[in-house]
Design a protein around this ligand. Structure first.
Ligand code: PEP
Ligand code: MG
Length: 883
């Protein structure tokens, strides 16, 4: 097997199609080299090697030695420099690069190849001793941290002391001699902490770095990132070894990162940051505040330091050409890293740029309109889950705000919450149910669990491409970064700004769209659904086959659902109407009644209320199908608990409190989820379902009479396990329909069907379909009963199950396609065999989960039903599943 793939100098052993083998970075370096862009020569060690490295106990096979030697020879030949030879030494970078981008999660070593001799050579050929010694000390510092795993603060401290001794404020004041002295000090530190001198053999350096990069694949932070982003642990990373180019060789040198379009708003404008006389990591690390790429961006921001367009116009022109070429070549927005070494442009990376949901939409729609991609491709480009960011409220423009600071609008959306200063506290308070805003000087990969737990992120340092900004955008968290006026004292848990003091636990609001930071909570408004969103959803609707309905029972939910494009109600949970404060006493009266007569008295009070509920829903849904599920939850859940509640029922019924308590004790259940619930209620107390069916048909007739457009009620029986149960309940429903139609003097079409949410129902679907005219898969209960895992208690152990790979994802969030999915397929098949035109849908939480929707498409269901805010996500996911 070949493990090493070269690129640069007219050679490209790989290309953009080799992402799995070479990682994203390696594949794109090879691709850029092959289309003639200036890429420093190098080679990629494949991800297959990473897998083998771990399989063989973190050892390299001998064959790799000669392959790497050939790779080095390739770089030497093109650069005309020699690795480890003082006269004109070759320096290389060693970087990770996995199949999926994992920003900042894995290790990098720069300036490798420097030792006590080559540093002298570098000083001579560059004519810049200061640069050479600075590069050497950077190398020792990085290598000690990443490869030798020594405590990096010792090196930072040594640098601080060296500056203090000389009375310097800035690194730039350090002279060649100062750096040389620091190198000596660093080497002493290494000898002390590592018990061995810093390696002088450049080959030993190289193999150490390669091992460290492969090793970083299994670092804790990389594992956390993979878990949060669903990246499999067995993919492995590639290692890229590449000739160094230097952005820190004076004022005609620079380094930067750029996007071919605005990654935050999606506008068609070059977008990026650069630093003159700096090395790559300086931009991302957020230590110096970077300068704008374009003049217009600088002017818009009212910033002083010259943009790249102004400071280095020729190279900027060249760069702009490269941007256009890359966008046309890759047909997507690109995220680029470049370095300018003494006026010459070098491309170090390109990849599809991460973007906000808003930008993703705009870019997809614009590119389709520009003819760069098709409409179907545009639909496929937008991650349905990311739409969540757009569907949630933004700050009410009318609301008063107490703005205390302004930073960069790093990731859109607005969030209010309690201020916390570290990731651990963020996680703890979020677990307790608090909304928190994580406030940091800058974030690092160690903070990601806290960023995930937080509602928003605020940093004092760092630009739009800082760690905080990139990660927050990826997670869909609002983020304001680079608020320079913020004085954070994380130890004392306080920050000060503009004469104000904000302590841990105080409430602030951040607006990731404007960069504003406000004291207190600011109210929000609903999002804008026209524009690009509407366009893309329209294109999605043209390609999808699955219908999308909503789970909704309140008028507000029904209206929201329609605004979001729902094509009906897939699940109206009638019990939600029973919990209403005005009705609960009548509900309790019904439950606690000793006999049918007592129950009917209470049900008579509930009938007009239910009828009014359904009337409103039918009116809002105007002729669209509405699935109404008859009472489902255990009676247990409605029982009174407080003294006061018993007293209310006693007054309403004239039954004594003691008698009521006795009855309540009789109704208590040990396992209510498997107890007296679902159609078992209808079987034991048919008058409940009779009342509900009557309310449905009366409402339907009234609306039909009033509006002329007849609603299509679909009456659904929950928790059916046998044909006979459904048969009994259908008889109750049909009888109520007949009675109402006779009274109202009109007949309406309606369907009677059932939830399939018990394994027995799935197995016996063939028989059940003899009675039921539709099935709706209740995958919440079906998951609970198939896995034997309580949906209400699973939180405590399911994360461990996912961590250990027992289930790939939480099966209550994303359908267990292997197990529960097989039951669904079987039920669909058996149901269809009995009744060819049986209507099939899903109404568990999975109906709004893109992966589960793909399964529903493959199984040929007719519709999915999701909560109103997830309806657009479901529409887009259904379209993607159909493509
Ligand atoms: C289900 O079980 O999937 C379902 C939709 O019903 P509920 O969540 O109300 O039990
Ligand atoms: Mg259920």
């Amino acid at each position: 097997t070949q493990y090493v793939y070269r690129f640069g100098g007219g050679v490209s052993d790989g290309g953009k199609g080799d992402r799995n083998l070479l990682g994203g970075k390696g594949a794109n370096l090879a691709e850029m080299a092959s289309i003639g862009l200036p890429v420093p020569p190098g080679f990629t060690i494949s991800t297959e090697m990473c897998q083998r490295y771990y399989d063989e106990g973190q050892q390299f096979p001998d064959s790799l030695r000669s392959e790497v030697a050939n790779g080095i020879a390739h770089i030497e030949a093109i650069t005309n420099k020699k690795f480890g030879v003082a006269a004109d030494p070759l320096l290389v970078s060693v970087r990770s690069g996995a199949r999926a981008s994992m920003p900042g999660m894995m290790d990098t070593v720069l300036n490798l190849g420097l030792n006590d001799e080559t540093v002298v050579g570098l000083a001579a050929v560059s004519g810049d001793a200061r640069f050479a010694w600075d590069s050497y000390r950077r190398f020792i510092q990085m290598y000690s941290d990443v490869v030798l795993e020594l405590d990096h603060s010792a090196f930072e401290e040594a640098l601080e002391i060296a500056k203090e001794d000389k009375g310097y404020n800035l690194d730039t004041e350090m002279t060649a001699d100062d750096w040389q002295a620091l190198v000596k000090r660093y080497q002493e530190l290494v000898a002390e902490m590592w018990d061995k001198p810093f390696p002088q053999d450049v080959h030993e350096q190289l193999w150490g770095a390669i091992g460290a990069v492969f090793g970083s694949w299994q670092s804790e932070r990389a594992k956390v990132y993979r878990r949060l982003n669903d990246i499999p642990g067995d993919w492995g990373t590639a290692v890229n070894v590449q000739a160094m180019v230097f952005g820190n060789m004076g004022d005609t040198s620079a380094t930067g990162v750029a996007f071919t379009r605005d990654p935050s708003k999606g506008d068609r404008a070059y977008y990026g940051e650069f630093l003159i006389n700096a090395q790559g990591e300086d931009v991302v690390a957020g230590i110096r505040t970077p300068q704008y790429l374009t003049r217009i961006a600088r002017e818009t921001a009212g910033a002083k330091p010259a943009s790249m367009e102004e400071a280095l116009p020729e190279v900027y022109g060249e760069l702009a050409k490269v941007f256009d070429l890359l966008e046309t070549h890759y047909r997507d927005m690109q995220d680029i890293e470049f370095t300018v070494q003494q006026g010459k442009l070098w491309m170090l990376q390109t990849r599809s740029g991460k973007r906000t949901a808003k930008a993703a939409l705009k870019i997809a729609v614009d590119m389709a309109n520009e003819g760069l991609i098709t409409r179907e491709e545009a639909v496929a480009r937008v991650d349905p889950a990311a739409l969540d960011q757009l569907l949630h409220p933004t700050l009410d423009p009318q609301a008063p705000r107490d703005v205390i600071a302004k930073g960069l609008p790093a990731s859109p959306g607005a969030a209010s919450g309690l201020v916390v200063f570290d990731a651990e506290t963020a996680e703890k308070r979020a677990e307790l149910g608090d909304a928190v805003i994580l406030v940091r000087v800058e974030t690092s990969p160690e903070d990601i669990h806290g960023m995930h737990a937080a509602k928003g992120i605020l940093t004092a340092r760092g630009g739009m491409t800082s760690h905080a900004a990139v990660v927050a955008r990826g997670m869909g968290r609002p983020c304001v970064s680079g608020v320079g006026t913020l004085a954070i004292d994380a130890k004392a848990k306080v920050f000060r700004v503009a004469g104000r003091e904000v302590r841990e636990g105080d409430v602030i609001t951040i607006d990731g769209a404007t960069g504003e930071v406000m004291l207190g909570a600011v109210p929000t408004v609903q999002p804008e659904l026209a524009g690009d969103f509407g366009t893309l959803m329209g294109w999605a609707d043209q390609v999808r086959r699955l219908k999308v309905r909503a789970n909704a029972e309140t008028p507000l939910d029904c209206k929201t659902a329609r605004i979001f494009g729902a094509e009906g109600v897939g699940l109206c949970r009638t019990e939600h109407m029973f919990f209403d404060a005005a009705r609960i006493t009548a509900v309790r009266q019904m439950i606690l009644a000793e006999d049918e007569k007592g129950r009917r008295v209470a049900l008579d009070k509930l009938l007009p209320e239910q009828r009014a509920d359904f009337t409103e829903i039918f009116e809002i849904m105007a002729g669209l199908p509405v699935t109404i599920r008859l009472l489902d939850p255990p009676l247990h859940e409605f029982l009174p608990h407080e003294e006061e509640e018993f007293a209310e029922v006693a007054t309403a019924t004239g039954i004594g409190i003691e008698a009521l308590k006795r009855r309540a004790a009789e109704l208590h259940e040990f396992n209510p989820m498997l107890g007296h619930r679902g159609c078992r209620l209808g079987v034991t107390y048919p008058e409940i379902y009779e009342m509900q069916a009557r309310a449905i048909f009366e409402a339907a007739c009234d609306v039909a009479a009033k509006s002329g457009s007849a609603p299509i009620p679909e009456v659904m029986v929950p928790l059916v396990a046998t044909r006979r149960e459904l048969e009994l309940m259908k008889a109750v429903i049909d009888k109520a329909a007949k009675a109402v139609f006779a009274e109202k003097g009109r007949t309406l079409d309606y369907l009677v069907g059932t939830m399939i949410e018990l394994p027995r129902a799935a197995l016996k679907a063939g028989e059940i379909a003899e009675v039921g005219e539709f099935f709706s898969f209740g995958t919440n209960d079906l998951t609970q009963t198939t896995l034997g895992v309580s949906r209400d208690d699973a939180g405590r152990f399911l994360t461990t199950y996912v961590d250990k790979g027992i289930y790939p994802k939480d099966p209550f969030v994303s359908l267990d396609v292997d197990g529960v999915g097989e039951l669904i397929e079987l039920a669909a098949e058996r149901g269809r065999k009995t009744r060819g035109d049986i209507k099939l849908g899903i109404c568990g939480e999975h109906g709004g989960d893109p992966a589960s929707i793909a399964f529903c498409e493959a199984t040929g269901l007719d519709y999915v039903s999701a909560s109103p805010y997830r309806v657009p996500i479901a529409r887009l996911a259904a379209a993607q599943a159909a493509l």
